[in-house]
Design a protein around this ligand. Sequence first.
Ligand code: GSH
Length: 207
Amino acid sequence: MKLYGMAQSRSFRALWALEESGLEYEYVATTLRTDGSEADSAKHPNYLALNVQGKVPTLVDGELILTESIAIMNYIARNAPESGLLPKMSTPAYAHLDELVFFVLAELEQPLWTKGKHMFALPEEYRVPKIFETAKFEFKKAVNTLDHLLGEGEYAIGNSFSMVDILLAHTFNWAIRFEFEVPEKYVALRDRHYQRASAQRAMAVIE
Ligand SMILES: N[C@@H](CCC(=O)N[C@@H](CS)C(=O)NCC(=O)O)C(=O)O
């Protein structure tokens, strides 16, 4: 399979999952906010044919094209069941994992993306810097909720590393880079999981 991605983007989640899974893959470095005439641009017609929004990540496996980071992570996890990235379907653990994944996407990551959109992603005339304060407020609220959703254990689900640990570590890394107030225990979570060999290998791929 082929993963199109860019450093410092949501594609790192998928890349890390690939490294954790042990599956074979090829990484294609893609650039954002560049002229669509450049071959590696996410706005190049060849890339837009795969991902109509011109965003990263995109995973291509034969005829299959996936353009959402979580769908990509789940596909990787299902193709490498021995990796333990996903618990068994129909178990309470799976339901709890779903709850956390949807919470991260719908609540925790949204203020980060709001800040990103209004810092650089939106056309300049649509950027509203005043929204940064709102994003800060919403992130704090989401972090407080997460405190109630997560237990005290080393991992988010049960006693083993899963795709939601990748998602949480990556999202807090993003929050730290964007200068949000991240409580010490979530900085420690990011540090702990980023020390995994799979994360280190994924970082070496994008460097
Ligand atoms: N919901 C998508 C979001 C993908 C996304 O917005 N990716 C950003 C990078 S993290 C991007 O490519 N932005 C380029 C743009 O907005 O033009 C996912 O989780 O994969």
